[in-house]
Each structure stands twice: as structure tokens, then as C-alpha cells.
Design a binder for this molecule. Structure first.
Ligand code: ADP
Ligand code: ZN
Ligand code: ZN
Length: 805
């Protein structure tokens, strides 16, 4: 007997060493197990899920110590070679457990164990005799029974021969339906023989088989057969028993798209679009892993370039992945892909149920679709022959995962493009500074679209100085200009979008007279107000102070916390414009599935005059009757404790303005602010990306921030504040002792959320340019943490590309 040993990554993410463990594969499982299969294995006192990463014929574990695999969960492996390699890379790249990386690539239905059901594809007689007793009347059987009876070899053979299929029962939970169809025997001679053997008295049977003999191999619904030939179901049954046809099961996927699709045609590209497309298809044809940065102003037709590049991939017989920032917020975007490529498109996003996600994943795995449109995790779509990866709005922070594995979809995209030798398109009107800097260096290839595709003008943007409003005695959150503009739209029956720029959880202190925001004297980052201690704190350096009673700049006492909710704005809107019909879109109104779509559809149909919302309305919205956009407070995102706050503000304002006047009617935008002179606000007025880039790069260089420097963030938390502080101090001492002297280590300081779920949080920030020792040192720190600190209730996380700090 040959010895088969499986190397298994187990689902135990608290174990100090992260490596595969050896398990003996009992003979009964030899036929089933493959690299990439999920297994159950004993680990300590428990039986845990694991993934087979290698199979071999020897082991260093003594035979009396090695434990056996208890169960193989898959007939076909769920992980590909590519995924296994990718997991190793992710583990290094993001310092995570390999199991976390592997789990991230699978739909949640495959992360836990689900009961398995065996389905008959044809007739019971077709499957080997020993298997037959296990099937019930509906042609189903429980996988476990075959396992108990030692019949897995026979079962796998029956699967290979196409007589049965095995499914996780998640499918039974309503995601996939099966319908029964009748497939006529392929063999006309056999049919004629059957017909000749039927007695003359069984007229109906004879008729039916004659009818079938004219249609060998064809598939019908049972009802169709009966109504076509005028026979009863009982007659059909008899004829099927004689072998003239067989029942087959066809999977019908529950369709996560609710609307019918209207097919759209390819547009004739503008010269700019054409140039961009041919660069991309050139890389495809040459089979090189080239990354393109497609920078085009809002409405310049980037999406049309994506669509035609995908078309080219399809013609090559290859697959494409399209990532969008948060797909459930942008149904319009999905529509555009569906209406071009129809059934070839699968969607993957957080709005789908567990079952739906699993279905979409299987469609991809089985090659039933060629295009995936999805949010961040769709980057792991299990395509085997990728030809193109697209990240739309590549600057969006949603592409970064904030839990382990803390990966950026952009990095994974580039890794996969190298694996598959295919291009990546990073698209944006306002690329991230990192990406634009790489494009300037020639690491990425820059493609630009400077004109709007239909030659519409950019909307006219007015910056409204809210300090002046106060002087005029207007204490409302609507400036006089914006209120007038809304009134005008109401009269003309045109639509208005109002955007309340409110993100994050923190609040800052702002002087209503001069617009000054209280900043850290050391860091040039806004101080965050902590309600609990009534202090202002800097999350970068730890500086803290009491809230000033008067403005440090102008001595006004109109200095207060800033932050307004959408609900309050809605109330004020009703007071100002009692006749206006208002739709509100924020976390409260969109917690039900499909709510975004319902609200947007209603607005699209003209059922409201004003759409009021948070940043979730900034993306993708494209309706012809929107001629006015109002931004209530541009400053909010400007004063977040984040080195990217100016960049985010510029991006957000550009994107929001892009919602107005995308069609025939001209658009107008009002941006209300207390700091109209800020370059992020001024330059967004005419979408002046490059001047903004130059200006912001200067700031970053001065302050040693990315893209000039890299950051790594180490967070330590504990239920006890002293413990958290102590171990954060230990971590920073460890780093100081082991990293090069030119690496700056800031902290420990309290984290921007200083207490979360009853845990106190501290952090250290590492800024570095080149530090070959970083990863090895961090791995050592992790080892220390996993082997000792973890027992004391400490949690330590490392983020090599932190977004909020
Ligand atoms: P972006 O993605 O850059 O914001 P879109 O792809 O949404 O731009 O294009 C904006 C509008 O221009 C859409 O209504 C689109 O149908 C239209 N459009 C794009 N390319 C063309 C073209 N080549 N000819 C005509 N209309 C186009
Ligand atoms: Zn002031
Ligand atoms: Zn500071």
C-alpha cells in the first residue's frame, strides 16, 4: 500500500506557528483527495476544517504520532494552484495567517462545513448497484451514508461518469433550483428497436417512441413532451423505463439581477478612447502583464473603454474581472456590463445572500460566465484563463481590506496579472497619488481622456464661502445661493442632488467665523475631539489639549464641534421648501436589501425633486434631469485625522460634481465651505488633477508621508488600559531596538478609536523609505505575540498599508 500524506493548513488562526501539518490519508480517501481539497482533520481535541496544500509519499512525523484525515469534503478541489501560490504571497505581503488568506478567496459557504447531498443525474439503474439503495424517491442521497459504507471510490467513479453530482446543501437553501427535464436517447436505432418491441395494444407508447425517434438526443420539459404528443405522464414514465429517454436535472441559477436587461451596442470610440483601447489590446495580444492607469475626467467614457477591452478578451476566449468600489451602491454600473454581455456576466458583492454568492462563485469556477463584476473580494474570482483585470475608481479606499488579510485589491490584481500575463486597467478621474506617481515613473502606463465623450461641458462649480453667510446673518446650513438654486430647479422641474460630506466617526473643532480648525502643533493634522475626556487629541503623535474657548486665530467664541446628520438636513429642507419631494439615502434608509436600487430608481423616474445623501450617492449616479448638485460641507473630509484627507476631499468633490449635467442639460454645482482657499477645494472646481497632484505631493514630501515614505501601523489592544499601554510600549521598544536607525517609529499613541468593543487601543506608526529588515522584524514581533502575548489577552495587528491612522 502506498503511503499518502497530506499537508494541511488548518483553520486555527491562533496557533503560534503558521505552517502546514502532516496528516495520513486513509486508503478510503485516496481516490478523493487532491491538492486544493477541503478536509476535516483532528487538531488537539477538535475536528477542524483544513485545506490540502500538498500531497506526498513520506513524512517526518513518526508513524505512531501522525493522525489521519477524518474526511475529504470535496469531490473537486475548491482551491487552484494559483490560489495556493497567491495565499503564500499574501501571507508574506500582509503578514497574515495563511488560513486567513485562503479563506478570503472562497465564498463564505465554503468556509464552514455544509452537509452534502448527492443527486442522481439520470436513472437509478445507471449508478453502480451498491450505490443504489441509498437514493430516495427524489433521486437524492446523503453523502455521509456512502462514506459510512466505504463506497467513496464507487461514488467518485459515478461522479466522473456523470451519473451523479454532489453539492453542498447550501444550494438547497434556495439559491439554486433544479428542474427536471427529459432527454431523449441519442441512439435512433435503439429507439426504433424499443418501438418495435412495444405491443400493438400500447398505442400511446408506440406513438411517443416514434415521436422520440425523430428527435434523438433532444431535451424537453416533461410537460412539453406530454402536450406535444398527447400522452399522459404515466406513459412517459413507462417509455423512460424502457430506455427511450432519461430524466436529467438542469440547474437553474437564482438570478440576482432583478431587472430585465436591454441590449446595448458598441459605441464608436472617440480618438482618445481609441488610443487608450489599442494600447490595452496591444498588451493583451502580446500577453504581457502591463498595468495601465486610465485617467479620464468624469464622463470621458472610461466605461466604454472597459467594455470594448472586455469584448476583446472574450474574442480571445479569455475572462475578465471588473472591480467597482461597492457594487451594491452602483446598480447602474452593473447594468452597463450586463446590457453589453448579458448572461456572460456574474456579480459578486456584499448585498447577495450566502447562497447567491456561492452560486455566482460556482458559475465562475465552472466556466459558465466570462466576466465578473464585483466589489473587492471579486479579485479572487476563480478564473483559470484571465485576460483582463479592471479596477474602476482605483483611488477608492474600499479596495483596501481592513481585516486580516489586510490586502489592497490593486496589489492582488497586479499579482494575478503577472501570473496570467495579462493587462490591468486602473481607472479614475482622480487617481490615488501612489498610482499617479508610479505612472509618472513609468511603472504604470498612463492613458488619458481629457474630453467628455459627448462633448458636454463640465458643470459650472461655485465655491460658497460659509463665513460670509454668517456675516449676513444666515445661520442655516443652506447658503443663500444654494437655496436660490434649489428653488429655481423646483420651478423648472429639474432635479437636485444634495451631498452631505460626512464620513468617519470623529469630529473636529471649527471656528465658524474664520474657518480655522484646531490642528496638532506637531503634525498638521486636525485634532480629534474625544467626548469622554473632553480633550482634543492627535492620533499621530499623541499630543493632546483642552478645547479652546476662543478661536486661536481670530479669538471668536463661535468655535464648536462640527458634524450634522442627514436627518437634520432633511428637516431643514422641509422647512425651507415645503413643496419639495425629498428622498434620503444614508445608512438608515438603505439597510434593507435592494434599498439603494429602489431609491435610485424612484429618483430616476422623477418621483422626487431632491436626493439627499452621504458619500454613497457620490458614485455612479447618472440621470439626465439632475442639473444641480449641492455639497453642504466640503470641510468635513478635509479635517479628518488622516494624511490623505486633502486627497480624499479633492476626489470626493470631483466625483460629486461629475453627477451634474452629464447629458443635454447643463449642470451647476455649489460647494459650501469654511475654507474656500484650500487647494483641494479650489482645484476641484475645474477638475485640475495635475496641479492638485503637484501641490499635494509637495505636502507629502514635507511631512514624510506616502508616496515618498511607506507606512506600517501596529495596533495593540486589551480590555485593560494599562495592559494595552504596556504591550504597545513593548512593541515599540522591540521595533526601535531592531529596525534601522533611519526608520522613524512614532508612538505608542492612542488609536483614533481609542476604545472599541471594550478594548483599549494603542498604536505605533512606522515611516520608512527602504527597510529590508522590516518584514523579518515584524514577523519576529508577530511570533512573540502569538507565542506569549496572546495568552495574556493582547491583540496585535499589523497593517502595512494603513488608510486611516
Ligand atoms: P466615465 O466612466 O469616464 O465617467 P462614461 O463611460 O460613463 O464615462 O461615459 C459618459 C457618457 O458618455 C455615457 O453616457 C456614455 O454612454 C457616453 N459615451 C461614452 N463613450 C462614448 C462614445 N464613444 N460615443 C458616444 N457616447 C459615448
Ligand atoms: Zn476664528
Ligand atoms: Zn500630532
Amino acid at each position: 500500500m502506498t503511503l499518502v500524506v497530506a499537508q494541511v493548513i488548518v483553520d486555527v488562526a491562533a496557533y503560534p506557528v503558521d505552517r502546514p501539518f502532516d496528516y495520513l490519508v486513509p486508503e478510503e480517501w485516496h481516490a478523493l483527495i487532491e491538492v486544493g481539497s477541503r478536509v476535516k482533520v483532528p487538531f488537539g481535541p477538535r475536528n477542524v476544517l483544513g485545506f490540502v496544500v500538498a500531497l506526498q509519499h513520506d513524512t517526518e512525523v513518526p508513524m505512531n504520532k501522525i493522525k489521519p484525515v477524518t474526511q475529504v469534503l470535496d469531490i473537486e478541489p475548491v482551491l487552484t494552484e494559483e490560489m495556493l501560490e497567491m495565499a503564500k504571497w499574501l501571507k508574506q505581503q500582509t503578514i497574515c495567517y495563511e488560513i486567513d488568506a485562503l479563506q478570503a478567496m472562497l465564498p463564505s459557504a465554503l468556509r464552514a462545513k455544509y452537509e452534502k447531498i448527492v443527486h442522481l443525474c439520470g436513472e437509478i439503474e445507471d449508478v453502480p448497484k451498491p450505490l443504489q439503495p441509498f437514493f430516495n424517491r427524489n433521486g437524492k442521497a446523503d453523502f455521509k451514508n456512502f462514506e459510512k459504507a466505504g463506497l467513496l471510490h464507487e461514488l467518485k467513479a459515478a461522479v466522473k461518469d456523470g451519473f451523479v453530482t454532489i453539492e453542498n446543501s447550501v444550494k438547497q437553501q434556495g439559491a439554486v433550483k433544479e428542474i427536471r427535464k427529459v432527454q431523449i436517447n441519442q441512439d435512433r436505432k435503439k429507439l426504433e428497436k424499443i418501438e418495435s418491441e412495444i405491443s400493438k395494444r400500447a398505442q400511446k407508447q408506440k406513438q411517443l417512441v416514434q415521436w422520440m425517434a425523430e428527435r434523438p438526443g433532444q431535451v424537453f420539459l416533461p410537460d412539453e413532451v406530454c402536450s406535444e404528443t398527447g400522452v399522459t405522464m404515466a406513459v412517459l414514465q413507462v417509455v423512460i423505463e424502457k430506455g427511450a429517454a432519461a430524466f436529467i436535472k438542469e440547474e437553474v441559477y437564482r438570478d440576482p439581477f432583478t431587472k430585465d436587461i436591454v441590449k446595448t451596442d458598441f459605441l464608436k470610440l472617440t480618438d482618445e478612447q481609441e488610443t487608450a483601447l489599442s494600447a490595452i489590446t496591444g498588451a493583451m495580444d502580446a500577453q504581457v502583464a502591463e498595468t495601465f492607469l486610465l485617467q479620464g475626467i468624469t464622463g470621458s467614457g472610461k466605461t466604454e473603454v472597459y467594455l470594448q477591452a472586455i469584448q476583446h478578451t472574450l474574442q480571445e476566449g479569455k475572462e475578465s474581472i471588473v472591480l467597482v468600489p461597492e457594487i451594491s451602491l452602483t446598480p447602474q454600473m452593473t447594468e452597463r456590463f450586463r446590457s453589453r454581455f448579458g448572461e456572460l456576466v456574474a456579480v459578486m458583492h456584499s448585498g447577495l445572500s450566502v447562497g447567491e454568492k456561492y452560486d455566482e462563485w460556482r458559475k465562475v469556477q465552472q466556466g459558465k460566465v466570462k466576466v465578473v463584476v464585483g466589489a473587492r473580494s471579486a479579485i479572487f474570482a476563480p478564473f483559470g484563463n484571465l485576460g483582463l483585470i479592471i479596477l474602476d475608481e482605483e483611488h477608492e479606499s474600499t479596495y483596501k481590506q481592513e481585516d486580516s488579510p489586510r490586502y489592497h485589491a490593486r496589489d492582488v490584481a497586479i499579482w494575478r496579472s503577472e501570473y496570467h500575463k495579462c493587462p490591468v486597467i486602473l481607472g479614475s478621474a482622480t487617481p490615488s497619488l501612489e498610482s499617479f506617481a508610479r505612472a509618472k515613473k513609468g511603472v504604470y502606463t498612463l492613458l488619458t481622456l481629457k474630453k467628455r465623450a459627448m462633448n458636454q461641458n463640465l458643470p459650472t462649480v461655485h465655491i460658497v464661502d460659509m463665513r460670509e453667510e454668517l456675516k449676513l446673518g444666515n445661520r442655516s446650513m443652506f447658503s443663500i445661493q444654494l437655496a436660490d438654486a434649489i428653488r429655481e430647479r423646483l420651478a423648472k422641474k429639474e432635479q437636485t442632488v444634495l451631498f452631505l460630506n460626512r464620513r468617519g466617526y470623529s469630529s473636529f473643532v471649527l471656528c465658524r467665523d474664520c474657518g480655522t480648525v484646531v490642528e496638532c502643533p506637531n503634525c498638521d493634522i486636525s485634532l480629534t475631539y474625544h467626548r469622554f475626556s473632553e480633550k482634543l487629541k492627535c492620533h499621530y503623535c499623541g499630543h493632546e489639549e483642552y478645547v479652546p474657548e476662543v478661536c486661536p486665530e481670530c479669538a471668536s467664541d463661535h468655535i464648536r464641534f462640527f458634524g450634522t446628520g442627514t436627518q437634520k438636513v432633511e428637516e431643514e429642507l422641509h422647512k425651507l421648501f415645503p413643496e419639495a419631494r425629498v428622498l434620503r439615502m444614508d445608512v438608515d434608509t438603505t439597510n434593507k436589501k435592494g434599498a439603494h436600487e429602489t431609491i435610485l430608481d424612484a429618483f430616476g423616474r422623477g418621483e422626487a425633486d431632491i436626493l439627499l445623501g452621504t458619500q454613497m450617492i457620490a458614485k455612479g449616479l447618472d440621470f439626465p434631469n439632475i442639473t444641480l448638485v449641492g455639497v453642504l460641507s466640503a470641510d468635513t473630509s478635509l479635517h479628518l485625522p488622516d494624511y490623505r484627507s486633502a486627497e480624499r476631499t479633492f476626489q470626493l468633490l470631483t466625483q460629486v460634481s461629475g453627477r451634474a449635467g452629464r447629458h443635454e442639460k447643463a449642470g451647476e454645482v455649489f460647494v459650501q465651505t469654511y475654507t474656500p482657499e484650500h487647494y483641494a477645494i479650489e482645484l476641484s472646481k475645474e477638475q485640475l488633477y495635475e496641479p492638485f497632484y503637484e501641490r499635494e505631493m509637495y505636502v507629502r514630501r514635507q511631512a514624510n508621508y506616502p508616496p515618498y515614505y511607506y507606512l506600517a501601523l501596529i495596533q495593540v489592544s486589551h480590555e485593560d488600559v494599562m495592559m494595552a499601554a504596556e504591550y504597545a510600549a513593548r512593541a515599540s521598544e522591540y521595533l526601535r531596538a531592531n529596525l534601522s536607525f533611519n526608520v522613524s517609529i512614532i508612538g505608542p499613541t492612542t488609536a483614533s478609536i481609542s476604545r472599541l468593543q471594550n478594548r483599549y487601543r494603542y498604536q505605533c506608526l512606522i515611516k520608512y523609505k527602504v527597510e529590508p529588515k522590516l518584514i523579518p522584524v515584524l514577523l519576529q514581533l508577530i511570533k512573540l505575540y502569538r507565542s506569549e502575548w496572546i495568552k495574556k489577552g493582547i491583540q496585535l495587528t499589523i497593517d502595512l498599508d494603513p488608510s486611516m491612522i
